[in-house]
Design a protein around this ligand. Structure first.
Ligand SMILES: Cc1ncc(COP(=O)(O)O)c(C=O)c1O
Length: 417
């Protein structure tokens, strides 16, 4: 029998029904494309390579392994490396203005694991989860695997629109709201202080869990930091997801969740059968990185460079104001843009990839689909010179493929995009 005959076909495999609505992540597929030599990528959500502190981490790993290598290389508790949990108690206060005790904190394998655990312990098939529209597609995918009924909530330039949110809560009785309040992925939008407070109040009023995903909040280039939604939460309805991926290194896969102790306990039980625990050495590296006072200056330097990169991209994109409409974020990794209503970015995408520049089309970020005229641009993973070159190419692609002018031109994000 030749190998092709022997290979299992897709239709031979009896996949679980929960996989019926799940396709491969559009970004993962795209990232394979952007890995091609010579490609300028504005596609992924990667930190700049200058911002990956490999030398400091090498030194820390060496010191840790010499000091307590036997312990760090052994199985550890699912509850996490306790010195890191203690460090996180202070980090939550300082960075998120949020109070949580050690039993309310769980180190996890990237914040992506947080949404997976929350869905596992809290979401039954058919339960409604409200999400911003657009939102992070990795987590839409996760909710789809758990067969959630995903209902989009509209946003404006200050985040979720409260009147719409309350109307949808009353109509759908959601179990959970998933939100990325600061420098949102993909829009870069930051939710206002008033709305953060109001969402914490709505969570208590309607007994709705809020999963507050905050991987970007430390990457602020202008304006003053806002308290987390968690900081306004008096009853424990808000579970905060934090990550060290964007501020130290995504390859370490260290994040954390902080919420009600019973919820954290249930997530810990699920984590036990999922990956036993987050790599102890990596947890210890993150802990030591913070204990040595390296995180703050590192983030400061990353922000200095990222803001130059963002401004370089904004300057270039502003030269084609008549055809592209875009957000002007105060931090984070992304600019979100739209071309004329009714247009599709597919021809733009095909042409720009042909000319070695990649971005992500916006449609997969919308749980309801559509919005084919939108796109997401990342500015952290290319230096200023590369951004200038890539944006010149992209500008000519815009001019060649998106002739229909948009009706109204301003620098605010258009929720109808
Ligand atoms: C909003 C959001 N949440 C979570 C994640 C996953 O981050 P982590 O590397 O901590 O799993 C990402 C990654 O891009 C993201 O954009």
């Amino acid at each position: 029998m030749c190998k092709e005959d022997a290979d299992l076909k897709n239709e031979d495999l009896r996949f679980a029904s929960r996989m019926a609505c799940v396709s491969g992540s559009a970004i993962r597929e795209l990232l394979k494309l952007t890995a091609k030599p010579g490609m300028i990528s504005f596609a992924g959500g990667n930190p700049g390579s200058f911002a990956l502190p490999n030398d400091d981490i090498a030194e820390i790993a060496h010191d840790l392994l010499k000091r307590e290598g036997k312990r760090l290389l052994q199985y550890g508790p699912t509850e996490g490396y306790q010195p890191l949990v203690e460090t996180l108690v202070d980090y939550l206060k300082e960075e998120f203005s949020a109070e949580a005790g050690p039993e309310e904190i769980l180190p996890i394998t990237g914040s992506a694991q947080g949404i997976d655990l929350i869905c596992k312990v809290y979401i039954n098939p058919g339960d409604t989860v409200l999400v911003e529209s657009p939102t992070f597609l990795g987590n839409i995918q996760c909710m789809r695997i758990f067969e959630a009924n995903i209902v989009p909530v509209p946003m404006d330039e200050n985040g979720i629109i409260l009147e719409e949110l309350e109307m949808l809560i009353q109509r759908h009785h959601p179990k959970m709201l998933y939100t990325i309040p600061t420098f949102q992925n993909p829009t870069g939008i930051t939710m206002s202080m008033e709305r953060r407070k109001a969402i914490a109040a709505l969570a208590s009023k309607y007994r709705m869990l809020v999963a507050e995903d905050e991987p970007y909040r430390s990457l602020r280039y202008s304006g003053t930091p806002l308290p987390s939604i968690k900081s306004f939460d008096e009853e424990g309805w808000v579970v905060l997801l934090g990550s060290f991926s964007k501020v130290i290194a995504p390859g370490l896969r260290v994040g954390f969740m902080a919420g009600n102790a019973s919820l954290i306990r249930k997530c810990t039980v699920c984590k036990q059968s999922s990956d036993v625990h987050t790599a102890t050495l990596n947890q210890a590296i993150v802990d030591e990185y913070m204990r040595r006072g390296l995180l703050k200056p590192h983030v400061q330097e990353a922000c200095r460079v990222y803001s130059l990169q963002m401004n370089a991209m904004l300057e270039k994109i502003d030269t084609i104001k008549e055809i592209v409409h875009h957000t002007v974020p105060k931090g984070g990794l992304f600019i979100f843009a739209s071309i004329g209503e009714g247009l599709d970015v597919a021809p733009l995408f095909n042409l720009s990839v042909l000319r070695q520049v990649a971005f992500v089309p916006g449609e997969p970020f919308y749980p309801e689909g559509g919005h084919k005229n939108t796109l997401r641009l990342n500015f952290t993973n290319a230096d200023v010179g590369t951004i200038h070159r890539g944006m010149s190419v992209l500008r000519s692609c815009f001019e060649e493929t998106c002739r229909k002018p948009i009706a109204q031109v301003n620098t605010q994000w258009d929720p109808k995009g």
